[in-house]
Design a protein around this ligand. Structure first.
Ligand code: PHE
Length: 463
């Protein structure tokens, strides 16, 4: 949501002054802006619905706490210590000649893959703003809202044009250098999204299907927690917290020297979880009240949300506002995704920021088209039973981000070492958090790598 302001950090280890976040609130707003996005409004409900509800939710919460939080802290600490893009950061922090910078390369790949399908979902959100304003969507009939969504995604021209529109929009924010303006705007608008979600949630919980929805969300059916479900839940935890690919490392590199890293990570995680929970509780009562299919997958939000608004007073205006605010949240996440390749191309290969932005966009127009057309022109192309959109999603969330997580944990636990990690987390001894740092270090050294690896291998059916 927000972007580094051009204030140089208090002390920088690099020779050229780098941009940094100007205040502690700026840091929180920016990292939260990266974390909160379509992951909360779209991915979280879709996956929870498709994977059986409460059991999935429980595993997701555990993965966020046990795996996500320590890795997030690790990334932020590494980024701030090195004050550089992920590739340079890993080169700086690792002993000479060891190829840890490959984590940064994999992160760039993950950024491209995520953006290629993310931009398409943002495209649907943009299209829905227009549809909402026209009033063409308001219906509680699954057949009507389902058909409206299907018509959008199965039209190749609309899918491509909306995606290009989204990429042009993000590109112009970056190229015009108006990220500061966007930052100020989003800071004001995010609380509105929260309020609207609360309202939606309260209304939804008054519907007749509410108790069924609450049971679905909070009473686990243990047999539904299979190995692939656990892998998906862990992938979601990585995706949600924007970790495993260098985003939080990059944002950490803009943190001030006084920023309390563990406290920041906990706040971001808590706020992010609450937005997801609100979205879930807004959507599932409608699912059970109006007879939608909880396992509808990626379409879930787009077909159920209109149904809730159709029942509410001022539904049309509120629905337009909902999709506008969702687009705002998604914009913050997209800016943070773009930041990884852009700052790396800029700092590492000396390409100017505008050029780096254009190059990234060009790459996205090309690989993004595969995702945009995956439900229309390329619908029949499903190698291994998944279309290109689902592959981009699967490979990034369930493979690349967890792999990134394993190596980040291994790096901190075995290479960077406890002394450096404790120094970084305590702001060079100014914070009294040695025990906490020790505990996080232990988890990163022993628990995270093995746990992530085990979940991945089991989830992929390797053993
Ligand atoms: N966390 C963002 C969301 O939930 C997506 C994201 C993933 C952003 C990875 C940056 C890096 O929408």
């Amino acid at each position: 949501m927000t972007h580094p302001s051009p204030t140089p950090p208090l002390s920088s280890t690099s020779t050229t002054p780098r941009a940094g976040f100007s205040s502690s609130f700026g840091v929180l707003a920016a990292t939260l802006g990266s974390a909160v996005g379509l992951g909360n409004i779209w991915k979280f409900p879709s996956l929870t619905g498709a994977n059986g509800g409460a059991g999935f939710l429980l595993v997701y919460l555990l993965a966020t706490l046990l795996i996500g939080l320590p890795v997030m802290v690790a990334e932020m600490a590494m980024g701030r210590q090195a004050r550089a893009n992920p590739i340079t950061a890993l080169r700086t922090l690792a002993p000479r000649g060891q190829p840890w910078w490959l984590i940064g390369m994999a992160g760039m790949g993950a950024a491209f893959l995520i953006l290629s399908f993310y931009s398409e979902v943002v495209a649907w959100v943009f299209a829905y703003v227009l549809k909402a304003l026209r009033g063409s969507l308001l219906s509680s009939d699954p057949a009507v809202t389902g058909a409206a969504f299907q018509a959008l995604i199965s039209d190749p021209v609309q899918s491509l044009l909306w995606q290009w529109g989204v990429l042009a929009f993000i590109g112009s924010i970056l190229l015009l250098g108006v990220t500061k303006g966007i930052e100020a705007l989003t800071k004001k608008l995010m609380p509105l999204l929260f309020v609207l979600l609360l309202l939606l949630c309260a209304f939804s919980l008054s519907l007749s299907g509410a108790s069924q929805a609450l049971a679905f969300l909070f009473q686990p059916e243990w047999h539904k927690i299979t190995a692939p479900v656990v892998l998906t839940a862990m992938g979601l935890a990585f995706f949600k917290l924007s970790i495993g690919m260098g985003t939080m490392m990059t944002y950490g590199s803009y943190f001030g020297d006084e920023q309390n890293i563990p406290a920041t990570a906990v706040r971001v995680m808590a706020a992010d979880l609450s937005v997801s929970m609100l979205a879930g509780m807004a959507i599932f009562p409608a699912v059970f009240t109006f007879g939608f299919e909880p396992a509808a997958g990626p379409s879930l939000v787009f077909i159920t949300i209109p149904a809730v608004f159709a029942q509410m007073p001022f539904g049309q205006v509120l629905m337009a506002a909902f999709f506008v605010l969702t687009a705002v949240a998604a914009t913050g996440a997209m800016l943070s995704l773009m930041e990884v390749p852009v700052v790396t191309l800029h700092e590492r290969w000396g390409i100017s920021r505008p050029r780096a932005t254009l190059l990234t966009l060009l790459g996205l127009v090309m690989i993004g088209a595969g995702c945009a057309l995956s439900q229309s022109t390329l619908a029949a192309f499903q190698p291994g039973g998944r279309n290109l959109f689902d592959w981009a999603d699967f490979i990034s969330s369930n493979l690349l981000l967890p792999l990134g997580g394993i190596f980040i944990a291994l790096f901190v636990g075995w290479v960077w070492g406890t002394g450096a990690f404790r120094q970084a987390l305590s702001n060079r001894g100014r914070l009294n958090n040695g025990t906490l740092a020790q505990a996080i270090f232990f988890v990163l050294r022993w628990v995270s790598p093995l746990l992530i690896l085990a979940v991945m291998l089991r989830g992929l059916g390797v053993f």
